[in-house]
Design a protein around this ligand. Structure first.
Ligand code: T4K
Length: 407
């Protein structure tokens, strides 16, 4: 897996071999978290030829319709509605379902959901996560009230959240359950691919996702009426005959983006196999390092393996996650913390939530480190990254002593 990373590596024998002390970085080029997979260029070009021949670039074009049909088939869900991105898709779903008041969501998720809610006048109610890092149904139950209009749970890191418990809770309160499936294309629950659960699921098809269209989103649902409404709403509320049937906005996917999706869908099996291989490589390579554990999803039957998520316990590992990140970034391993510092501590929500205590979220924000991996991960030198982390752990006392003045 390391063949495409050029150059001779420096040998790591003493702590002063690390880039933080002035040595050259271990990797000549930056290793990113979730670099996009580029689709086969010939397949993409062939699809674009058709776009040029038809001179039809957007507005529910044939490639958008073909991708919707193929996604419905692949995900085994009756309705797929493609959009310009997942954030716009969520906006449409909220408006189509007439959701108001308060919406429960995990604090440990991408800030776009809370911002979208805020922008449409809904109050996000931040909840804590469970041991699987996903929305905790028990904490949700404590925060549901008469103003709660919906629950939006994230299938974080590509595997399902606790769908069954959340559905039970929402059914008991007669409120819609939506899933933010931005991370989770290809994840499975009870042997079914995600996409058919809750009232609707919303996938991001951003370039960094397990399956992508460059920019894009897709709403999947078993609700035919909702799907029809979303189709109108993504196109300013216009029907096929040009009449305005409801309020809407421009959330359409273009033909060029759909072409990217079709070309990527052709390669999805290979993409998934690579992601799994990389994940397994990290599992093996990082095994037994004290204070470092890889996230193993509790509810997953088949994660998409797109994210490699490590937890760093500062006492056990010998240094904090942030110190380790600095050392890795200096070596051009651009590992990242994620969803930091948690939605309830971000603008514009921090003041209103100053007293809110979400201990698991806060702990994750201190401990999570996402490693270079994902769909484009066939260029990630997994073993070398693992060896580097192991070396840093072995030398942590020496490094800490020498870096005390730096950090
Ligand atoms: N819900 C959740 C749970 C989400 O994670 C997201 C989006 C959403 C909802 C909303 O979905 P969308 O409305 O976006 O469809 C990225 C993405 O912009 C965002 O889509 C994503 N989640 C979020 C978690 O990640 P950044 O700022 O953290 O990463 P970015 O774009 O800098 O890319 C990551 C790395 O990939 C970079 O280090 C550089 C590299 N990269 C990126 C791009 C775009 C490349 O090498 N090539 C590229 O073309 O936001």
């Amino acid at each position: 897996m390391s063949k495409t990373i050029p150059g001779d590596r420096k040998k790591l024998t003493a702590s002063h071999d690390l880039a933080i002390f002035g040595a050259p970085p271990l990797f000549k080029s930056a290793l990113h978290v979730n670099r996009p997979i580029a689709p086969d260029r010939a397949a993409f070009d062939a699809l674009l030829d058709g776009v040029w021949e038809r001179n039809w670039f957007t507005n529910d074009g044939p490639l958008v319709r073909e991708l919707e049909t193929r996604l419905a088939d692949w995900l085994d869900v009756p309705h797929c509605v493609l959009t310009s991105n997942a954030t716009a898709a969520l906006d449409l779903v909220i408006k189509a379902l007439g959701i108001r008041g308060e919406v429960l969501l995990p604090s440990y998720t991408f800030i776009s959901t809370a911002h979208m809610l805020h922008m449409v006048g809904i109050t996000p109610v931040f909840c804590d996560v469970d041991a699987d890092m996903a929305l905790d149904p028990a904490d949700c139950a404590l925060r549901i009230g008469p103003k709660t209009g919906a629950v939006i749970a994230t299938h974080v890191w590509g595997s399902p959240c606790n769908i069954d418990a959340l559905q039970k809770l929402c059914d008991a309160h007669d409120i819609p359950l939506l899933f933010d499936a931005a991370h989770a294309f290809g994840g499975c629950h009870h042997g079914h691919r995600l996409g058919r659960f809750g009232r609707a699921e919303i996938f991001s098809l951003h370039a960094t996702k397990a399956f992508h269209t460059g920019e894009g989103g897709v709403v999947t649902t078993c609700d035919a009426e909702l799907a029809a409404q979303l189709r109108l709403m993504r196109n300013f509320g216009f029907s096929q005959t040009g009449e305005v049937q409801c309020t809407g906005l421009n959330a359409k996917m273009s033909e060029v983006h759909a072409a990217m999706g079709l070309a990527n869908l052709d390669a999805i099996d290979a993409t998934r196999a690579t992601a799994k291989r990389v994940h397994q490589g990290y599992q093996k390579g990082l095994e037994g390092i004290p204070g470092l554990s890889l996230r193993v999803p509790a509810y997953h039957e088949d994660s998409n393996h797109h994210y490699v998520v490590a937890l760093i316990d500062a006492d056990g590992f010998g240094m904090s996650r942030d110190t380790l990140l600095r050392l890795l970034v200096a070596e051009n391993v651009l590992a990242r913390r994620y969803f930091h510092p948690g939605g309830h501590r971000c603008l514009p929500f921090a003041d209103a939530n100053a007293e809110l205590e979400l201990p698991r979220t806060d702990a994750l924000c201190e401990e999570v480190m996402v490693l270079p991996a994902g769909a484009g991960a066939n260029i990630v030198p997994v073993q070398e990254i693992c060896d580097l982390i192991r070396f840093i752990h072995r030398k942590c006392e020496e490094i800490t002593a020498a870096t005390n003045s730096k950090f």
